[in-house]
Design a protein around this ligand. Structure first.
Ligand SMILES: NC(=O)c1ccc[n+]([C@@H]2O[C@H](COP(=O)([O-])OP(=O)(O)OC[C@H]3O[C@@H](n4cnc5c(N)ncnc54)[C@H](OP(=O)(O)O)[C@@H]3O)[C@@H](O)[C@H]2O)c1
Length: 283
């Protein structure tokens, strides 16, 4: 019996304790479903204030069976005992979470998109107290795409025009996607490193009417919305007589959840600071 209890305690020590902020949402539910596969134990499930889900078991909602963690709108209580909080919620909910996580010394992985300047500043402030990773796309493949797109833009040079097209489901509330903005930043930075005059590319969101020929310093970003598309991103590099189309397609939300759990493991035991998905990939 003592041996069995010892084994259970050792198993628990090997698992990562995570709280989920936005636990009732699509991503929060995916994290609940995949946590056990990634040796993570859900210890807190935080939902929006006054949510109809409060008190309900989060595993039951996710379809994994009861796990003994009731959803709550008490963020401080939800963080108790957690090593890392994984956040997929709304930008307006992030400041309060960051304040409470730094006070509770809980590391933060956030995938919430379209953050404003206040959130950005608070991520930096929190990173002085706990490890913090924010990424608008926690899939591993999209970061590899960003590296490839940056390399292609650098090697092809300013004679090649860059345009980015993203496609998402009809319920997505923001445009362009945070990932498309990240891809544009990667291309811009690569052109800057190469010392190209066109490094100062300015984003163009859609074209209509008599806009004239494309200018050399444009970087087009286009958002297509409809159906249930989880997320496609294509970087077009268009030159004289040829073009490259570099595409990433997400076929399941689980991809982002797995990446977020991998990021949570990466932060575990790390000193305070800002971390990136590139750090996670490098291991
Ligand atoms: N980084 C990535 O790879 C990635 C991937 C997919 C999505 N995202 C982003 O992640 C976010 C969530 O996406 P989703 O698809 O899961 O959306 P969703 O299904 O709408 O879920 C968002 C959840 O956040 C909850 N929420 C709002 N305010 C909260 C608060 N103060 N405390 C706790 N929970 C709160 C909402 O609860 P109520 O329903 O009760 O309001 C909702 O359940 C979005 O910003 C999305 O763009 C990022």
């Amino acid at each position: 019996m003592g041996v069995l209890l010892g084994a259970a305690a050792a198993e628990e020590a090997r698992s990562l304790k995570v709280a989920i902020h936005g636990a009732g949402g699509k991503m929060g539910q995916a994290i609940v479903r995949l946590a056990a596969n990634e040796r993570a134990q859900v210890v807190g499930a935080i939902v929006s204030r006054g949510s109809s889900r409060i008190g309900r078991d989060v595993g039951e909602l996710a379809g994994t069976g009861t796990i003994g963690v009731a959803m709550s709108d008490d963020t401080s209580a939800g963080l108790l005992g957690a090593d890392v909080v994984i956040d997929f919620s709304r930008p307006e909910a992030l400041p309060r979470l960051l304040h409470l996580a730094m006070r509770a010394k809980v590391a933060v992985v956030s995938g919430t998109t379209r953050l404003d300047a206040t959130c950005e500043r608070l991520l930096d402030e929190a990173a002085q107290h706990v490890p913090v990773l924010w990424s608008p796309n926690t899939s591993i493949g999209i970061h590899v795409l960003a590296e490839i797109a940056a390399s292609a833009a650098r090697r092809l040079g300013p004679g090649y025009d860059v345009e980015i097209v993203e496609v998402h489901h009809r319920a997505k509330v923001d445009a362009p996607s945070g990932t498309a903005v990240r891809l544009a930043d990667a291309v811009r930075a690569a052109r800057g490193e190469a010392g190209d005059a066109a490094a100062a590319l300015s984003d163009v969101h859609g074209r209509e009417g008599n806009v004239g020929p494309r200018k050399a310093d444009e970087l087009g970003i286009f958002a297509v919305r409809g159906g249930d598309v989880i997320g496609d991103h294509t970087v077009h590099l268009l030159g004289p007589g040829e073009r490259l189309e570099l595409t990433h397609r997400a076929t399941s939300r689980d991809l982002f959840a797995r990446g977020a759990l991998r990021a949570a493991w990466h932060l575990h035991g790390k000193p305070p600071g800002r971390y990136t998905m590139a750090d996670v990939i490098e291991g």
